[in-house]
Design a protein around this ligand. Structure first.
Ligand code: CP
Length: 302
């Protein structure tokens, strides 16, 4: 594996290698000295053409914990605003002797395009509505901590499936690992042919939660919606929001994930997001170890 362009392109054994490496790095980042010299001779550029809090900080921390040299680029304050193309931007940065590129871009496939035109190794930090591979890896790593294994595990993904790169990467990762996946949301926010990926489809939240061992609650991505997919956020929340009353009625320890950012009171109430059953901050903590593992293994592959 030279790049990490998507979960679609990696195998079950690649995922297990990443998890085993992340186990070691999780120990490292919980030590008083959180740094190892593994990437001391590597320069990494974090290119963010879309907003990010978690992914960007998590990658930067992972790179610094591995002793890499790091440069950060944000499209909103760059010469992209003056009309520079993606390829020109990246080639100019690479001319400064960069070895690896971590990129978030609004266009699905931007990373595949780039991988055909540049020499540096590329890690996809989210490409539009397509894939967000490191998010799926950290979600599955967090489920592995809770459940131990994936065979027969039932995971529901609820919300705006149509616009979610987290959903697609999670579907690929969970299925490769042997879990069963069900997507749930309003019919307008579930792609028509998603069943062809081998997932179950439901429009009934309570039935889905009764079925699931774990649920990944997704945000409604209003910034990607150019038409109204449902009447109002209030109605969405009444039909697909997870609150304490629903959670208590299940009478089981459903594990709750959320990739963030959370819209409290829409897809999940504060009471649920902050409850014992939510592993949202574990996901964030695990993100650093998982990204260290990805960077370390890719650097080794080179
Ligand atoms: N989960 C995630 O990708 O969050 P950010 O958009 O803040 O990076």
């Amino acid at each position: 594996m030279r790049h990490l362009l998507g979960i679609k392109y990696i195998s079950e054994s690649d995922i297990h290698s990443i998890f085993q490496t992340a186990d070691n790095f999780k120990d490292v980042i919980n030590r008083p000295i959180k740094k190892v010299p593994s990437l001391r001779d590597t320069t990494i550029a974090n290119l963010f053409f879309e907003n990010s809090t978690r992914t960007r900080i998590s990658f930067e921390l992972a790179e610094k914990r591995l002793s890499a040299d790091v440069v950060n680029f944000s499209a909103s304050s760059s010469s992209v605003k003056k009309g520079e193309t993606l390829l020109d931007t990246v080639n100019n940065i690479l001319a400064m002797k960069v070895d690896m590129v971590v990129m978030r871009h609004p266009n699905p496939g931007a990373h595949v395009f780039l991988s055909k035109h540049i020499d540096a190794q590329i890690i996809n930090a989210g490409d539009g509505t397509h894939e967000h591979p490191t998010q799926a890896l950290l979600d599955c790593f967090s489920l592995r901590e809770k459940f131990g294994e994936f065979k027969g595990l039932k995971v529901a993904i609820v919300g705006d499936i149509t616009h979610s790169r987290v959903a697609l990467s999670n579907i690929f990762a969970l299925q490769k690992l042997g879990a069963k996946v069900r997507v749930c949301g309003p019919p307008t926010l579930i792609p028509k042919h998603i069943g062809s990926l081998g997932v179950e489809v439901s429009y009934d939240l309570k039935d889905t939660l009764r079925w699931a061992d774990a649920v990944n609650m997704l945000r409604i991505q209003l910034e990607r919606q150019d038409i109204a997919y449902f009447p109002s956020l209030r109605e969405y929340s009444q039909l697909y929001g997870l609150d304490k009353e629903i959670l208590d009625s299940l009478k089981k320890d459903l594990v709750i994930l959320h990739p963030g950012p959370i819209n409290r009171g829409v897809e999940i109430t504060s009471e649920v997001a902050d409850s014992e059953q939510a592993i949202i901050l574990d996901q964030v903590e695990n993100g650093v170890a998982v990204r260290m593992a990805v960077l370390y293994l890719l650097a080794g592959a080179k």
